[in-house]
Design a protein around this ligand. Structure first.
Ligand SMILES: O=C(O)CCC(=O)C(=O)O
Length: 237
């Protein structure tokens, strides 16, 4: 069971670049049949090992490089954070049918390594398969970005590489809103928006790609180092 968030913290921060909800639908960054075909290839490649997570596929896989640059996606991102855009991180999640894989409540813009300026960054969640409540679509808490970044739990070094335990400690009474997304579409989220996903109980694999896009100066590394970024547009790098 995933803990339900109770955002008792006062809303002290501005709406942010995506407005009051902290969320924007992104329609058809690719045709649905193309996204499903790509998902089928990814699933075929990962099926043998049963892999659930691929970290930073944009660094070494052509399909991910193409997705992060997809014109409709990039235009939507530029509309939010301006013309100079780089990728800070990508994270592919495959939810195999019937396998327990809950991604706990978390915010994308903060972790042990870094903190993202929510005015200069945006998270995209990209559906490569159709996702609904049964297949493990995202659940979000609209407006939760206004509480700012919350205390979070460090990701344990289990070796399982599932990217779990990104969880904020948010209590247990408020239910998030399920956001079904068709293959080839997606969501843009404020990097402070609280979200999670449940296990997939449908017959087919659910495939989604999380992308953190940043504008110049958005990333503060905890150790003071320079962030490792993949610039896509603009000259501010
Ligand atoms: O794909 C999922 O189910 C959740 C991914 C996610 O929330 C993330 O990578 O931040």
């Amino acid at each position: 069971m995933t803990t339900r968030p109770q955002l008792s913290e006062p809303e002290t921060q501005a709406d942010g670049p995506l407005g009051r909800s902290g969320l924007r639908q992104l329609h058809e960054w690719a045709a649905a049949h193309r996204a499903r075909a790509r998902a089928a290839e990814i699933v075929a490649a990962l099926r043998g090992e049963g892999g659930e997570v691929v970290r930073n596929p944009h660094l070494h896989q052509e399909w991910a490089q193409a997705i992060v640059r997809a014109p409709r996606l990039l235009n939507a991102v530029q509309d939010v954070i301006g013309p100079d855009v780089a990728v800070e991180n990508t994270f592919l999640v495959v939810k195999w049918p019937g396998r327990d894989f809950e991604v706990p409540w978390h915010q994308d813009g903060i972790n042990d390594r870094l903190e993202l300026d929510p005015e200069r960054s945006v998270a995209a969640w990209i559906a490569l398969t159709d996702t609904d409540t049964e297949s493990g679509c995202l659940h979000v808490v609209p407006g939760s970005q206004r509480t700012g970044y919350l205390p979070y739990e460090a990701e344990p070094d289990t070796g399982a590489a599932r990217g779990r335990a990104l969880g904020v400690r948010v209590g247990d009474s408020t239910h998030g809103v399920a956001v079904p997304v068709r293959a080839g579409s997606g969501l843009l989220m404020d990097t402070r928006l609280v979200h999670c996903s449940h296990s997939n109980i449908r017959a087919g694999a659910r495939v989604g790609l999380n992308i953190r896009y940043v504008a110049p100066g958005a990333v503060s590394m905890r150790d003071g180092s320079s962030p490792s970024l993949s610039p896509l547009s603009g000259t501010g790098w």
